[in-house]
Design a protein around this ligand. Sequence first.
Ligand code: SAH
Ligand code: SF4
Ligand code: F3S
Length: 454
Amino acid sequence: MRKRAHINTMGCQMNVQDSGRMRDLLASMGYEPEENPHKADLVLVNTCMIREKAEEKAFSFLGRMAKIKRRRPHLLVCVAGCVSQAHGKAILKRAPYVDVVLGTGAVTRLPKLVEQRIATGLPALDTEMDQPGFGPLPGPRTGPTAFVTIMTGCDNFCSYCVVPHVRGREKSRPPDDVLAEVRVLAAQGVSEVTLLGQNVNSYGKKEGLCTFPELLEKVHAVDGIRRIRFVTSHPKDLSPELINAFSGLDKLCGHIHLPIQSGSDRILAAMNRKYTADAYMDKLSALRAARAGMAVTTDFIVGFPGETERDFEKTMDLVCSARFDGLFAFKYSDRPHAPASRLDDKVPEKEKARRLAAILDAANAIIQEKNQALAGSVLTVLVEGASKQAGNQATGRTSGNRVVNFEVPKGMENQLKAGAYVDVAIEKGHAHSLWGRVLPSGGGKKPWEMCHAA
Ligand code: SAH
Ligand code: SF4
Ligand code: F3S
């Protein structure tokens, strides 16, 4: 009988990357991937604790695993990720049926911990933060897009945030290792890479490696790569050189996610963000001047302790003047270790909900208007696969990271596959996507080209 492992990944791309490594490690121990936790011999949940809700989701999943384990006592339940790093042993107290607890620095030690659990019959725990490097090169990919980790951890200590406490200090990966991974991905047919870190703008600074814009140039030179993206950028470290890269590097996509968090300088200072709303707006203008059609998306937190109605008005004014192309907004949530959790003057839940709804209403109206204004233009789309809506539709993304859905023309079903780049005439703009029609390109060329042939 083959052994099967079910992996449930919660949280951000850091966890997605770690889960990929753990999937490969479990495969080397003979575990096949299993979609259904009821059929698994090992369940691994990779947890997030950015907000309280995320943490609750992890424990509610564990509660479901407890029920399955009653019927399948041999089931091994493993908990990885940020909740493990923060709570360690306390997880075993709260969920005594858990077999392995491993923190964010212990990813590569998963096999050893599982073996230890089996050999001793006792729960295994490892929350040491000594991740040895960035792990092996990635296994085979099937899709046209991939994430590449260029740094881990965070040194910024925003006062609300748990990440520096559960991911450790910032550490950059040597450029040659990044390039080696990008080349392997390109050879596998990946044409779009997203470089990943909590604050990519400070890449290489501590270690004296190359700068982030220099790294972008190196990735730009890799054959087969047609699109480059990155997340996430801290506004305080967004340099003129990086802004220039949007003019000079044509493979760099015309999109940046630049979280602002608040429009009030008082709150930004209390958040320890180290920039003002005006400084942010100046950088926003420079980005839009550097690249025509530049898409800028952001994050906001509403209801930070002490946020008054006046502070919130400043945020709303900024939402209206900045005219973001996409936006995430979150209700402030107290987090263990984060200094803001010790501040008085908490904003009531109901008020946070009102502010959240107000921000989303205002922002979505602007986003929809901007999307509608794209009707009539032709945008190049990297096809990612079948659309969720209907069988004869496909979906992809523009350089500005907008989702485009379109009908697959009759007779082209086999050619219009994930990885193809197509020109799409945009017909309609919605709040979260665009709708369009595939254009046959001129000059006797095929209407699309496969990414790795181009
Ligand atoms: N490193 C990234 C952010 C990672 S967390 C950056 O600095 O941009 C993603 C988003 O979650 C943050 O931008 C912030 O808006 C939100 N967030 C983080 N901690 C939070 C908290 N305690 N409560 C509510 N939202 C939070
Ligand atoms: Fe958290 Fe701030 Fe670091 Fe982002 S930059 S991960 S918000 S501490
Ligand atoms: Fe969540 Fe940890 Fe990422 S807290 S957002 S999974 S770094």
